[in-house]
Design a protein around this ligand. Sequence first.
Ligand code: F6P
Length: 553
Amino acid sequence: MSEMNAEGRARLNQLPEWTALGKHREQLADTHLRELFAADPDRGTGYTLRVGDLHLDYSKHLVTDETLRLLRDLAQVTGVAELRDAMFRGEKINTTEDRAVLHTALRAPRDAVVEVDGENVVPGVHAVLDRMAAFSDRIRSGEWTGHTDKRIRNIVNIGIGGSDLGPAMAYEALRSCTDRDLTFRFVSNVDGADLHEALWDLDPAETLFIVASKTFTTIETITNATSARDWLLTGLGAGPEAVAKHFAALSTHADLVAEFGIDTANMFEFWDWVGGRYSYDSAIGLSLMIAIGPDRFREMLDGFHLVDEHFRTAAPEANAPLLLGLLGIWYGAFFGAQSHAVLPYSHYLSKFTAYLQQLDMESNGKSVDREGRPVDWQTGPVVWGTPGTNGQHAYYQLIHQGTKVIPADFIGFARPAPGLLPGLVAQHDLLMANFFAQTQALAFGRTPEEVRAEGVPEALVPHKTFQGNHPTTTILAEELTPSVLGQLIALYEHKVFVQGAVWNIDSFDQWGVELGKVLAKRIEPVLTKGEAGEDLDSSTATLSAKYRALRGR
Ligand code: F6P
């Protein structure tokens, strides 16, 4: 008898829909994208979707209409739509933490109603956004001054994981609309070098720290915030009363914020139904709002909301997050793909893939299902990539001619970011020529016959042959605006959701980060005080002793 999950369905790889996909994969065998394009001259127009400002081309995927139908059947039988609706309704779908998952409420319009435990959370969301806007305006206008009445010119966000990656990524992405008179720094690493490099050239009298931590217990953040406070008070030659003008906090824990010494009037709250990696459109985005201004921040939220509505209402055949999620499942399960490359052709998206690493890998890096049983199917991929064209001169070789299946997303824009030096605007066409050339080369390659026809000596033909058939998604938008950034992030959030739903895992907990934290706490006194360290294995004990010796302890 087949095992059932909580909804009374057979486990994923025992479903007839899964078996059907396996058989279909065998039938596809080595079907080449060259054949698929030759068989359907309209593939490049037909296999596309429009979501808001995003044009999404999935024609260069190893799929047919039949594949797509079978994948949608899988989504249907695994209850993706039901789980999605439960998420939007505010049900506690994060079962291991007994929490609702409502980042979508962070960008809901003012008049929307989203209830958690019978309470509409939307008014609270907008009340915090309004307070953030007022605070941002005071910093941006120079009305907010520091302890010595100097205007604030430097904003240092201290946080880690979701309390760093989101605002840091979005600040870079939207740099062209930031206030260039203000300096922004993002500090996350407990390595003192990070804070050092952020502070060494700043004047404490002109510096505002934003301590971003949902729990306000994360050791890296609290350690850096404590050091920042010391630096500030020493630099100002002032007592703790100076903290109020130079520190703000973003957290769900007012008590711990007050205990740290930050005036809770400068605290912007969010809620336990916002996961850290889904939080940069909450109060966690304060540094970004100061950088781009409240209006542009709201445009970004509207972009998120547009894709939320698309995900919630679009038919399965036209539902972009559903499609992207299913394509990833297809390659992981039936092509042995272990990783997924995200390759933005915009230098402003230099931190985009790092942001997605947390979003995807912390969400779907799981190996037990919702019922706690080991899964015997692939879950989340390794997500990696850097902006084009740099990767082309580094690791693209492996994608083109290596032995691994690496599905890749190419993200590009028709226009360069506004405000580039006039002489640089023309370079954009070259950037985008590379963008289009890469997906073309990956899909269609170069046959041995084509290589020979170019007069290449026979011995070199295998080396110069490109097998092609490497799957890619192309996402093209007119310009990287705040709204488009919101649309892109929501697209990936919901893609990750779809995959977690099909794999029947809890995408919203992150127990896997706990063990390292516990062990680090135990090892610290071994390093600093030479304590024996109970239960230390011989490798860690020897390494710790070596470290102490190297430090002259
Ligand atoms: O890495 C674990 C984690 O809890 C992330 O999920 C989170 O984004 C990060 O730590 C920071 O947490 P906090 O905002 O509570 O400091």
